[in-house]
Design a protein around this ligand. Structure first.
Ligand code: NZQ
Ligand code: ZN
Length: 392
């Protein structure tokens, strides 16, 4: 299984224009104006009002003669009902652009609003089958939390509470036209969300690091650098929320972890993510927390003679474990260090700690194991069920 699978052919394009750093928001108005005279401002539960970002953006829009409509109240783990509301507003008022100000939830919601506005049927159809997306409004983002990388990627994840589905979808029309990445906007992120964001960034790096493709040396080293950035700066941002250097490095790491630079084609299915999406679908927990609980358990589960080499690489290169040690000793120490790291930034380490019991494990294993036969270490429904049980 591990032989002869070298770096695949791939297609790579990053169409998002990024303005990174302090005060870069000054460019927002002129950039939106290139596309539209009005915009749907999409935001969450109110953090942008408390930080003053809301007022700054409204002022910029006034200065650039851009009429603003609003979709407030996007939930963490954004829901299809909110997407429908946003698309209805855009259709009713002839809105020509969407501006997401917030984290991954707000950005993902805005992306699907942008596509649903140009679609005659129900927005959920697009979540189920993104090939139906033929057109979308231009998308702009102002990022306020370092985590998902949605500000620079082609993905969106939407929940349907009626069916307990949380589904990832992809479209090249989802790449934002422009993203403003000002690390100062993340100073106000609460400690728990800061830690969860770090876990999410690391998980995105893991998803492309633990792959059976060999010979992608550069991508692996970039992945390790992203992991080390999180390990170094995560605790600093956690303890010193206004440390610019830490916030800036985490913000850029978040974008780089998922924008494709660490990928080598679409040959490997992510593992922790589809399983975690079931946890947040059924229990509405924070995505990064679910990932931090599952990741070390998944690592322990798949560690064997076939996968050992990758854990050794991880332990030696990321955690600087002495390469002279026995390979299994290195691998187990690396997994233990991963677990300790998440604990050190106070992320829960068991499902029970976040209110998850045994009641939905079977159905979550069924839904979460879809496609995992193509993962780094192939898993079936029974494997996923065991991982969930081990995580309790
Ligand atoms: O809603 P507000 O009031 O803004 O508060 C949010 C929210 O409660 C708060 N927050 C964000 N920035 C803040 C802040 N509070 C104070 N100050 C700030 N500067 O943080 C809370 C969480 O926000 P959310 O947007 O949910 O966080 P995140 O960026 O982690 O997004 C998570 C969602 O993205 C999906 C996840 O599954 C989840 O639904 N993902 C999206 C991906 C993508 N598009 O590529 C990939 C990921 O793997 C992930 O699945
Ligand atoms: Zn994620």
């Amino acid at each position: 299984m591990w032989k002869g699978e070298f770096m695949n052919n791939f297609y790579f394009q990053l169409p998002t224009k990024v303005y990174f750093g302090k005060g870069q928001i000054v460019h927002l108005g002129e950039e939106i104006k290139k596309y539209s005279d009005n915009v749907l401002l999409v935001y969450g539960g109110g953090s942008i009002k408390r930080t003053g970002l809301y007022d700054t953006i409204k002022d910029l829009c006034v200065q650039n003669d851009i009429k603003v409509y609003e979709l407030p109240g996007v939930e963490p783990n954004p829901r299809i009902g909110t997407v429908r509301k946003g698309a209805a507003l855009c259709k009713e008022h002839g809105i020509g652009a969407v501006l997401a100000v917030g984290g991954g939830s707000v950005i993902d919601c805005a992306k699907v609003v942008a596509a649903a506005t140009k679609y005659d049927g129900d927005a959920w159809d697009l979540v189920l089958d993104s090939s139906l997306i033929k057109e979308a409004l231009p998308i702009f983002t102002v990022l306020t939390i370092a985590a998902t990388g949605s500000e620079m990627d082609r993905g969106a994840v939407i929940s349907n509470p009626e069916t307990n589905d949380k589904l990832a979808m992809f479209s090249s029309l989802f790449y934002p036209k422009v993203s403003i990445l000002d690390p100062e906007y993340t100073y106000s992120v609460p400690k728990g969300q800061t830690a969860a964001g770090v876990a999410d960034i690391m998980s995105h790096a893991f998803e492309k690091y633990f792959t059976r493709v060999k010979g992608a040396y550069l991508q692996d080293r970039i992945g390790e650098a992203i992991l080390q950035t999180c390990i170094h700066y995560g605790p600093i941002a956690y303890h010193e929320p206004e440390n610019y250097e830490a916030r800036a490095n985490l913000m850029w790491a978040a974008s780089q972890a998922i924008d494709g630079v660490t990928w080598r084609g679409n040959e490997v299915q992510s593992t922790a993510h589809p399983i975690e999406h079931q946890l947040s679908a059924y229990y509405d927990i924070t995505h990064g927390v679910g990932l931090a609980i599952l990741t070390p358990v998944w690592m322990e589960y798949i560690l064997n003679d076939e996968t050992l080499y990758k854990f050794v690489e991880y332990g030696v290169n990321v955690w600087r474990i002495c390469p002279d040690k026995d390979d299994y000793e290195i691998a187990k120490e690396a997994i233990a260090k991963t677990k300790e790291f998440f604990k050190s930034i106070d992320i829960p380490s068991t499902l029970r700690e976040v209110g998850i019991g045994e009641e939905h494990l079977e159905i979550m294993a069924k839904k979460g194991s879809h496609n995992l036969q193509n993962a780094f270490y192939p898993l079936d429904e029974q494997d996923v069920l065991q991982i969930l049980k081990n995580a309790l």
